[in-house]
Design a protein around this ligand. Sequence first.
Ligand SMILES: Cc1ncc(COP(=O)(O)O)c(C=O)c1O
Length: 481
Amino acid sequence: MTTFYVPLNRTSGIPLHRQIYDGCRRAIVEGMLRPGQRVPSTRALAQELDVSRQPVLTAYEQLLHEGYLEGRTGSGTFVSAALPDDLLRSETPQAERTPGIAPRRARQSASGDRKADGLGPFRMSLPALDRFPHTIWSRLVARHAHALSHAQMAYGDAAGLLSLRGAIAEHLRTARAVNCEAEQILIVSGSQAALRLVAAVLLERGQRVAVEEPCYPGARAGLGAGGAELVAVPVDDEGICVSSLNKLGRKIRAAYVTPSHQYPLGMSMSAARRFALLDWSLSQNSWLVEDDYDSEYRYVSRPLGALQGMDTHQRVVYIGTFSKVLFPAVRVGYLVVPPLLWERFVQAREAFDLFSPTLYQLALAEFLREGHFSRHLRRMRGVYLERRNALLAGLARHCADHLTVYNADAGLHVAVLLSRDANDTDVVQRMAQRGLTATALSSCYSGAGRRSGLLLGFGGSSERRLLHATGVLGEVLRDSA
Ligand SMILES: Cc1ncc(COP(=O)(O)O)c(C=O)c1O
């Protein structure tokens, strides 16, 4: 149990509940109480402060209401795992009412690097965890945990649970125009694991794999893990430059692409480029690896179908994930594997770590089957549209002199370009000092000709928080100019 000091002045005229509220809040802001820590019960704190229970109850209620504390049924009251927005606010009314507290700095010096909690505004790849239907999900997980049979507790199928594979296949056929059956779906622990599998099955040491330039760094790490040679191929407004691919000469075994939402720049691959790419793979007898990591969210037109669905020659290995549409820690992703490669993929998957945890597969299959997944997706499209619009409005208001929005059509992040001479890594470091967790665009390049810019995730932050964060970003950019 955490104890902390709440100074009370009984002659100040300030109500006791207000003083208790201020003291608790200060303890949280200054890091004496850390996210996830349990706080004393109202009864224990009242006893310790020698006051009646009522002012403590009132103070806790307010802290719960503002998101500083969270209650967990049956186990007590805790400091919220996710920081409330106001902690990032330098001019909040509460901060004004609490002299001597500089919320942002105090919190950082107390807990060290804000990035460590991974939840600062602009954090990439973070969905709206606050909007996840926890109650439904926990009910499903609990139900399956209770009912787990001996067979389900034993070793599972390397390919994954057939009920889950069937539900995913149905979703992919209708929502993503993927041409697939349950028998082609291989469940893995997220797209990163899928990329490692692709490397293990398709890429021998020294063989060449084309990757987009700029590219998702995790793809480079995963595909190159077995010693394959990575060949960076530039992208233009239509996606990977097939003319450059054609000029590469010596055999390219596979090409990694993000056609629905190029990572990191954000554009989608044109239909003409998709056909050219499919022609290239056929003529070269090469594989295409399609990473469809966040294609469900598109704000300017209907979601585009997957490249895999346009492929009539079974050259595409398709990768999807639940990290963005549910939450990253669920660690469930999947591949749609061309029949010719199926046996090799299953064997390699088994060699890695046998199979994915059965309990989450059971819960997820039901989450899809009962319609919670499609409902969640529909709701989240509206939420993300509003978050993206708030980010764009904030950028226009606070940062327009220092950056240009490159693409904001889809996904959970916006790519912005800085002036050519701006050092984006330096800007990202300065942002981190102010509690913002952005990614430097230049970090996604492997060769010369790096563009300077920022990747600003908006999925994991409320509109209010994003608006405020763009104000801070504006200050950072002005200071760095
Ligand atoms: C383009 C891309 N591919 C793959 C991944 C990895 O996702 P997962 O959590 O499923 O491993 C990410 C994560 O952000 C991503 O941005």
